[in-house]
Ligand binder design. Structure first.
Ligand SMILES: [Zn+2]
Ligand SMILES: [Zn+2]
Length: 277
């Protein structure tokens, strides 16, 4: 997948004859799709057309946008489209500006998973997906309360992943991977916040972000299924391991870990129900 179009407006450096397009731009910003590539170049909002000097810097190379990017067009970008060194873009949501070639270089140096993260404010564009192997996520309700959450029951998540062969997205394609400690049992308090975390974990599961294939930090084993930075509570009745309850900060911590993978409450809204409605 090409990076071109990942939530970045193609624009060109502001030109003297540019017309005010602010209304049109506002309309574009209400579109839920982050992949918009609107042809008319929107000027920076609130910038009077008399202000001609593009004083903003590229958030990647830190050069002024009036200077061309020092990155070169990759030799065989999909579709053979070429990008001029002076082409600049602007992230739709956060408004940070950058050279298109700098953006492309950043994308090509990353995981190329179809998403792009603003290096300045960490806003994620597109949908970040992971490399979690095929498996099953089951959810059960348990009457017993967790330590620290005496006023509600417990949500139990059971993850099952069978061993298999690594795909091209894994460290050693074609080689087998192992699965230690599956099924894995995880616990959340069955309250409003816990249920919100559960819904976001379902999104993360669908996007293959909960597990990955790599090296276990506890055993050092290679080519095995490991957690992928979204912490789970695998102990129900104590917290001796640090992976249990009580832990008053856990739900907030896991919400920020989910957010760092691009999984936020926005993902739970039905498509089209933007903040404007
Ligand atoms: Zn740049
Ligand atoms: Zn930004």
């Amino acid at each position: 997948m090409s990076a071109v179009g990942l939530g970045v407006h193609f624009t060109s450096a502001p030109l003297p004859q540019q017309q005010p397009l602010q209304q049109q731009q506002q309309h574009q910003q209400q579109q839920p799709a982050p992949f918009a590539l609107p042809p008319p170049p929107p000027p920076p909002p609130l910038l009077p057309t008399a202000t001609l000097c593009p004083v903003q810097d590229c958030i990647i190379c830190m050069e002024q946008l009036s200077n061309p990017s020092s990155y070169e067009t990759p030799p065989s970008e999909e579709g053979g489209q070429s990008i001029a060194p002076e082409a600049v873009g602007k992230f739709i949501k956060c408004g940070h500006t950058l050279h298109m070639l700098c953006m492309l270089a950043m994308y090509n140096n990353g995981t190329k998973d179809g998403s792009l993260q603003c290096p300045s404010c960490k806003t994620i564009y597109g949908e970040k997906t992971g490399t979690q192997p095929k498996g099953k996520m089951e959810i059960y309700s348990v009457a017993q309360s967790l330590p620290g959450h005496p006023d509600c029951g417990t949500i139990q998540i059971i993850y099952s992943i069978p061993p298999g062969l690594q795909g091209p997205e894994h460290p050693n394609p074609g080689q087998p991977f192992t699965c230690r400690g599956f099924p894995r049992f995880c616990f959340l308090p069955d309250n409003d916040k816990g249920r919100k975390v559960l819904e976001l974990l379902k999104v993360a599961w669908m996007r293959r972000l909960i597990f990955t294939v790599g090296t276990s930090s506890t055993t050092g084993e290679h080519d095995t299924v490991v957690w992928n930075g979204i912490h789970h509570k695998t102990e129900m009745m104590s917290n001796l391991s640090g992976h249990g309850y009580p832990d008053p900060n856990y739900l907030d911590n896991v919400l920020s870990e989910l957010a760092s993978q691009g999984v936020t409450e926005d993902c739970l809204k039905p498509p089209g129900s933007g903040s404007s409605s």
